[in-house]
Design a protein around this ligand. Structure first.
Ligand SMILES: [Fe+2]
Length: 366
């Protein structure tokens, strides 16, 4: 059966009943929220009827702008997006959805009239996840919707795991009474240093995440060691030194582990090779880890610690300069110092916390 505009059909309710019995959501347990964006009212109605009969909730947009507004506001589980629409075509809507962290993981299926290679190429460039040619065969439309929703559910599960890991990182910070707010500052400072060093947005985001997660491996370090107001014994120090590797193992299941794990693993390496866990030297240390090492040290110096009070900003910069090229990457230290001296280093805001919490907010499907 084709799913296409049926101007003669008057008994949509009857249609829904029959289809609902055959493919009802209660039997499959996968009710989802699907955004249908098509400027053709008849086609829109036909798709809506079909999708509702499948047991899903439908949001309808008649142009690109409306599609963007609804997608941002309601975070659907799937977007069925017509290519040709007024007020932003489908490609532009798709591009904007994929560029926004809140909507980037929502699957987008582009609806084309012909199996047009040029449309597919542009769709792929815009980040589309799938293509369907109108008019649809119901069986095919059902199968493609189910596939995309299955992918979305797996993504959501992963997202929940990730938000748990971020929560764990914050819980670890809470173990150490002397470092309140340290993770937020590190993420924010690290991000600013990455931008000043010319990092592209994706790598800058990895540094931000690395700032929040760098010490997550301390979950395995005893509280009395973390809070000890005196120098550590060699055995205690050996325990602390395990935290980069343990941290990298904890975040291994995360989707961005490939970019963030090297930062977690390398944030205690030193430019001259005297750091841990591997004694890496110079450029062999991942650049994101070199950034976190600098901002970690600066933040530690400018906050109160169990064994000393906070240093002034000037004194902290002096120490950074003194060990630049020994402990830290000299080029990055120079950039960081100019950020601080020009008073361009901003403190974290509530928006940073919302960004972290927001990572879990896309998990809408039950
Ligand atoms: Fe650390």
């Amino acid at each position: 059966m084709l799913c296409e505009p049926d101007h003669g059909r008057q008994d949509a309710t009857a249609y829904r009943c029959v289809a609902g019995r055959r493919y009802g959501w209660k039997e499959r347990g996968v009710a989802a929220r699907i955004l249908v964006a098509d400027d053709n009212p008849a086609m829109c109605e036909a798709i809506t009827r079909f999708v509702e009969a499948e047991g899903h909730t439908v949001l309808v947009a008649r142009n690109g702008r409306e599609a963007l507004t609804l997608a941002m506001r309601d975070l659907p589980d799937l977007v069925l997006l017509d290519v040709t629409m007024p007020d932003f075509d489908g490609f532009e809507v798709c591009r904007r959805l994929k560029a926004d962290e809140r909507t980037a993981l929502i699957p987008v299926t582009m609806l084309t009239i012909l199996d047009d290679a040029e449309h597919r190429r542009r769709g792929i460039e815009a980040g589309a996840d799938d293509f369907l040619t109108k008019p649809f065969e119901e069986r095919l439309l059902r199968a493609r919707i189910q596939t995309q929703l299955r992918t979305k559910r797996l993504t959501d599960q992963l997202e929940r795991t990730e938000s748990i890991i971020f929560a764990l990182a914050l819980a670890v910070e809470a173990k150490d009474l002397y470092t309140e707010g340290h993770l937020w500052r590190l993420a924010r400072y690290g991000e600013q240093l990455a931008i000043a060093a010319g990092f592209p947005p994706e790598d800058t985001r990895a540094v931000w995440r690395g700032g929040l997660l760098h010490d997550i491996g301390k979950i395995g370090v005893a509280d009395n060691i973390l809070r000890k107001p005196a120098p550590l014994t060699p055995e205690e120090y050996a325990q602390v030194k395990e935290h980069p590797e343990r941290g990298a193992r904890i975040i291994a299941p995360m989707r961005f582990a490939r970019e963030v794990a090297p930062i977690v693993l390398g944030h205690h390496e030193h430019w001259d090779g005297s750091g841990y866990p591997y004694g890496l030297r110079g450029d062999a240390i991942p650049i994101g880890a070199r950034i976190i090492a600098i901002v970690d040290a600066y933040d530690a110096m400018t906050t109160n610690r169990p064994y000393r009070g906070a240093l002034t900003r000037e004194r902290a910069l002096q120490r950074l300069r003194a060990r630049s090229g020994i402990q830290w990457d000299p080029e990055l230290v120079a950039i960081f110092i100019s950020l601080v001296e020009q008073k361009r280093l901003a403190e974290p805001t509530e928006a940073d916390m919302v960004r972290c919490v927001g990572m879990a907010s896309q998990s809408r499907m039950a």
